[in-house]
Design a protein around this ligand. Sequence first.
Ligand SMILES: O=C(O)CCC(=O)C(=O)O
Length: 194
Amino acid sequence: MRIPLGAGAWLDYDPEWLPSEEADHALTGLRGELSWEQREIVLFGRRVLQPRLIAWAGDRAYRYSGQTLEPRPFTPTVGRMLANVSARAGMTFNHVLVNRYRSGEDSMGLHSDDEPELGPDPLVAIASLGTARRLVVKPRRKQDRDRHELSLGHGALLVMGGTCQRHYVHGVPRQSGIHGERISLTFRYLLRDP
Ligand SMILES: O=C(O)CCC(=O)C(=O)O
């Protein structure tokens, strides 16, 4: 389903992209194959622990929030997901950030994927596995009103395109009463090293 946003931004939302058996298989594979870390980032000038675990794979280093993720090889499950998502989105990606939200207490703050290494108006895809969480998308300018909340459940895919990263922010807020785990994979194409 295409959701047009303002100023040439759009979302492609497919809540049932991956059949549930494949999604189960991917979830088990990622849990076992990846090296999970809880990292420090710089937020408003202070070093704080990210409220989630991360892992990643990619040919190039990726720098965001004051930290650098050095290149790491693609594991079998990440490689399979990459091929699937590339086919669906119609483009190749060379970096996958994997976020593991251990419960509703884990979150990701509102941000745009606007690092210079992504180039202007990058296409960014998010695949979701495990417990459904809410993804909020809203305009960067506080006076603009175009807020969206999407439920990203087991096997969902969201592609953010057009000027989405220029004009909108997105994030996964804390959600009380959620005890299950969610793993998301964010697919990007990095034009160069940081
Ligand atoms: O976990 C999600 O759905 C959001 C991931 C995200 O925003 C990111 O990796 O930049």
